[in-house]
Write a protein that binds this ligand. Structure first.
Ligand SMILES: Cc1cc2nc3c(=O)[nH]c(=O)nc-3n(C[C@H](O)[C@H](O)[C@H](O)COP(=O)(O)O)c2cc1C
Length: 370
């Protein structure tokens, strides 16, 4: 079985330093050592006590694989069809704001890594220059909503004209969340514009812990009607990102969503939210096959991804993983992480007796009760 696929790094040209980390966890460690603490904490951190951040990872520990044997797995294909798009892999890049804290121009660099590794990228920014050149970047835009129907329509048209293949609407961002690590570091959201802070630079003055500082509205007015607003403006699919409750999964479909992403924003919004792998099966059941269900949260291994696919995800998104590659070695690092995840998934499928996406089903997983 050959593990080779899209990225140039797969053809054997792996720079020496990239050979150091052997998995995503180790890429994170290299990135952590290279990055300013404030930037590392911003990316790595969750909200408040980080219960949900941990729940996302813990969920993979209580779902077990039950591989099949004696199936012909001499070739394993990750090819996936999603919303009429043919994808080389079910692993997509999740939208992550604030990447410029990792390195300058990070949005475009990650988009270039996506292009090089034939990975679909979901992003609010950083893709224009690449698409303007006619490069075959697979891009879904990401938005947190619009104030009016006219704005939503205009946005959808611009995305479609700009080469977007779908719109993802993030719905779990009603307020700025309460992130203890950022508060402890006196993190200032202005850094997202000003870029990576220099090591030893003076910290901004402490922010008031009073309620107003904890009550920054982002999209508190958003309701289901926004799905229709965006859909009116283009022919592209509209994907709702940020659902964990099966009732919302059903409502999203009822209001016209073409797909949903089971996501808790990587544990960065409301603490105490269920881990996404645990939330996935009920959401899949609630949707009842009417639209594809995607998921993200805590994916660091090919086996994590196989479990998500087995529990009904049609594709998955990775948020922090490519950023650890980026923080460790820039664009080659991000590509290497994407390659590793694809290689691990391919190998996991081979060892689980699954030759193609459609072979994967719930029969290959068991959830530990209690
Ligand atoms: C640094 C960072 C910034 C993020 N920014 C956004 C964002 O702007 N919009 C959004 O929908 N999700 C955002 N997310 C959440 C991701 O899209 C995704 O849901 C999450 O990272 C998945 O979990 P993982 O990081 O464990 O893979 C962000 C996540 C991180 C780590």
């Amino acid at each position: 079985m050959t593990l080779a696929a899209g990225s140039p790094l797969l053809q054997g040209e792996v720079p020496d330093d990239l050979m150091g980390p052997i998995n995503v966890h180790e890429f994170e460690e290299v990135a952590r050592r290279k990055m300013h603490k404030l930037a590392y904490d911003f990316i790595a951190g969750g909200v408040e006590d980080e219960l949900t951040l941990r729940a996302n990872r813990a969920a993979y520990e209580h779902v077990y694989l039950m591989p099949r044997v004696m199936t012909d797995v001499s070739t394993v294909s990750l090819e996936t069809e999603l919303l009429g798009m043919k994808l080389a892999s079910p692993i997509l890049i999740a939208p992550t704001g604030g990447k410029s804290l990792v390195i300058q121009n990070a949005d475009e660099i990650v988009a270039r890594a996506a292009l090089a590794s034939k990975t679909l990228i979901c992003s609010a920014t950083g893709v224009q220059k690449i698409l303007e050149k006619g490069e075959p970047l697979l891009w879904w835009s990401n938005t947190i909503g619009a104030a009016t129907k006219a704005q939503a329509r205009g946005y959808a048209r611009r995305v479609e004209d700009g080469g977007g293949k779908a719109i993802t609407l993030t719905v779990d961002n009603q307020y700025q969340s309460n992130r203890d690590r950022n508060n402890r570091n006196r993190f200032d959201y202005g850094y997202m514009q000003s870029g990576v802070p220099k090591e030893g630079a003076p910290k901004p003055p402490p922010r008031s812990p009073a309620l107003p500082a904890m009550w920054q509205p982002h999209t508190p007015q958003m309701t289901w009607e926004q799905i229709g607003w965006f859909k009116d403006g283009s022919k592209m699919p509209l994907i709702v990102k940020g659902i964990v409750n099966p009732e919302d999964a059903a409502l999203a479909v009822k209001h016209g969503a073409d797909a949903i992403v089971v996501s808790n924003h990587g544990g960065r919004q409301l603490d105490g939210v269920i881990g996404t792998l645990d939330a996935l099966p009920d959401c899949v059941d609630a949707v009842g096959g009417k639209v594809p269900v995607l998921m993200d949260g805590g994916l660091r291994r090919g086996t994590d991804i196989l479990k998500a696919l087995a529990l009904g995800a049609k594709a998955v998104l990775v948020g922090r993983a490519p950023l650890w590659g980026l923080g460790a070695f820039g664009q080659p690092g991000a590509e290497r992480v994407l390659w590793m995840l694809n290689a691990e998934l391919k190998l996991a499928m081979g060892l689980a007796g699954m030759a193609k996406m459609s072979d994967i089903s719930r029969t290959i997983v068991k959830r530990r009760l209690g």
